[in-house]
Design a protein around this ligand. Structure first.
Ligand code: AHR
Length: 508
């Protein structure tokens, strides 16, 4: 049981766009209400924004945040969420069967972004609405003044335009569950026309068009082909989503889901490039993996949460050690596709399938998955290097489509998942590695050709003999700690990765 990684300084995959480490705040469950916004909480400022949560979000490091949905956006009237609060209407949120009080809206989100050190990524409603609401929203947000909607923003106390750069053309429009679900043909047309009018208001924006809600969607590939046929010239990014779960406790197979994610990305890139070839253009469409995470622990719990109430708790997954291993491996997959995946949003940021949890009137804490994300976001910056990996592999059986789906055999799962990033500015090489072997340590030999490694700055490891261990408000059982014993010999760095562990090795 031995593994090697060989890289060369000159052999690169691509530059990491910091937006790869984005987050997501949807009007859903307790993400907004009782999450980032809780007027009256001892930690809330005058505008109701919880400062303890902001502090954790800044620590997590999400340079971009998608908002306001999610499925929510497909039934959202953005105008309900601006202006004097006492005049804002309470409405039914049909996506999540909640009551939406609209006491938090665009202007509150923009203030939160400023305090959270994050750039907004705004989605427009292409479910119940269309180009008209999209053009008024962008006029409100990005036009300087002298027009009805921009002057309304100024009247609401925001003199300067927000200059929101990245906009999503709807959400998961391929999904039959989506309010205003469309065929690829219908969506492609409306997305192209919406893109056109939004760019007439502000030509400097970047646009994200909806791809598939997952590789398991029956329309996957055909959807992308048709939608891109209509929109290729109008957009910069195609959005994709993917969630994984382990409902039948099949951990060895579960940990291989990041390899399925890799195949998904490569398939989507192939479709984008095929449409590009057909159009005889050199323009490349980049990917926005703007929903990804583990999601299964809470399934069914929403049935116990009262419908049509504000912030009804849903999707409050409590993550364990093995979930952190998969989240770490998914980050590794995204890094290894940094040439095409430019935006990524962990879904979501607070309380709803999230790395950060809060208690109403109480504290805020880090779930297990917080840590691999935090370390990858903080140190996974620079150029990703191409690796040649040699390591043992194993076979497993896994219900990739959930408990109701079929068990699938998965062959030759590499024990090691890894990414190597060269940060030219700091002169560091950072190795992110997951040992998927649940019982044995994995000796790792990393040959850094073209470099002269001088010093192990740090080796952080996260593991726990109990793969089901979780964190709570009062006890953070699962967190990384410093490991010793990594050595340097010439161009080689050697370390033995503990069984079932997430690792970050920083080398000067
Ligand atoms: O992130 C939770 C939900 O998952 C989002 O609202 C939707 O886009 C996806 O199906």
């Amino acid at each position: 049981m031995k593994s090697t990684i060989t890289i060369h300084r000159q052999f690169t995959i691509g530059t990491v766009d910091p937006r790869l480490f984005g987050g997501f705040i949807e009007h859903m469950g307790r993400a907004v209400y009782e999450g980032i916004f809780e007027p009256g909480h001892s930690q809330a400022d005058g505008g109701g924004l919880r400062q303890d949560v902001l502090e954790l979000v800044r620590e997590l490091g999400t340079p971009i945040t998608r908002y306001p949905g999610g499925n929510f956006v497909s039934g959202y009237n953005w105008e309900d969420g601006v202006g004097p609060k006492e005049a804002r209407p309470s409405k039914l949120d049909l996506a999540w069967k909640a009551l939406e009080p609209n006491t938090f809206g665009t202007d509150e989100f923009m203030r939160w972004c400023e305090l959270a050190d994050t750039e907004p990524m705004m989605a427009v409603n292409l479910g119940t609405r269309g180009p008209d609401a999209a053009r008024t929203l962008i006029e409100y947000c990005n036009h300087s003044g002298g027009s009805y909607w921009s002057d309304l923003r100024r009247k609401n106390g925001h003199e300067k335009p927000y200059a929101i750069k990245v906009w999503c053309l709807g959400n998961e429009m391929d999904g039959p569950w989506q309010i205003g679900h469309k065929t690829a043909e219908e969506y492609g047309r409306v997305a192209a026309e919406t893109a056109k009018v939004m760019r007439l208001v502000d030509p400097s924006i970047e646009l994200v068009v909806c791809g598939s809600s997952g590789s398991h969607m029956p329309t996957f590939v055909a959807w992308e082909e048709t939608v891109l046929d209509h929109t290729y010239e109008h957009v910069e990014y195609l959005s994709i989503h993917r969630y994984y779960g382990n409902p039948l406790d099949e951990t060895p197979g579960y940990l291989s889901c990041s390899d399925e994610m890799d195949r998904f990305i490569k398939d989507v890139v192939a479709v984008c490039d095929s449409v590009g070839a057909k159009k005889k253009t050199t323009k490349k469409i980049m990917l926005s993996f703007d929903e990804w995470n583990v999601w299964f622990h809470s399934q069914g719990a929403e049935k116990r949460s009262p419908e049509w109430t504000v912030g009804r708790p849903i999707l409050e997954d409590i993550y364990n050690m093995e979930d952190a291993l998969l989240v770490g491996s998914m980050l590794i997959t995204m890094l290894n596709n940094a040439d095409r995946v430019k935006i990524g949003c962990i879904a979501q940021t607070v309380n709803v399938i999230a790395p950060i949890m809060t208690r109403k009137g109480g504290g805020a804490w880090r779930q297990t998955i917080f840590y691999p994300f935090h370390q990858a976001s903080k140190f996974g910056r620079g150029t990703v290097l191409r690796q040649v990996v040699d390591c043992p592999s194993y076979d497993a059986t896994f219900h990739i489509d959930g408990a109701e789906g079929a068990a699938r055999p998965i062959k030759d799962i590499p024990v090691l998942a890894s990414a190597v990033v060269h940060n030219e500015e700091s002169g560091e090489i950072v190795v992110f590695a997951v040992n998927r072997d649940l019982t044995c340590g994995l000796p790792l030999d990393i040959d850094l050709q073209g470099f002269q490694p001088q010093q192990i700055i740090e080796w952080q490891t996260m593991s726990d003999p109990n793969l089901k261990a979780t964190n709570t408000e009062t006890e953070e059982k699962v967190r990384p700690s410093a490991s010793q014993g990594a050595t340097i010999a010439g161009t080689r760095v050697q370390a033995t990765l503990p069984a079932a562990s997430w690792n970050m090795i920083r080398i000067r």
